[in-house]
Design a protein around this ligand. Sequence first.
Ligand code: AMP
Length: 143
Amino acid sequence: MTVAAILSGKGHETITASDSATLGEICETLAKHKIGAVVVCDGNLAIEGIVSERDIVRVIGKQGPGALNLSVSNVMTKDVVTCAEENSVNEVMAKMTQGRFRHMPVVKDGKLTGVISIGDVVKFKIAQVELEAEQMRSYISMT
Ligand code: AMP
């Protein structure tokens, strides 16, 4: 199963911010959309970075609440690991586990086309296991 299967279920909506946004504005976006990370993009949806709640907690923990006035470009992770719709869900899981992060932007032709979270992956895997168990039960009941 591929990333495309997850995106066809959850949709391609992406929540983005520009690199001039402040951390305070990023917090508002995270709260409003009930998400854990925002992808920072230019006007053409090319990825410039990613900032997650962990980055914000870390910088506030070090610098105090004044850090909310910092520009996101000072805090975001710039070396973003991405995937393509054709990648398998297992490949994405492996990359997230290896990199110890929970968000994976999906890119097509250099543009952001979706975001997969670890929650999306877990939900997908549980549905897959339940389907396989159901298929096994119905196979056994037929034999
Ligand atoms: P998360 O687990 O997604 O909250 O992120 C943990 C850390 O990894 C934060 O410093 C994020 O900026 C960073 N991060 C999140 N997603 C990615 C990604 N796809 N590629 C690289 N770094 C990431």
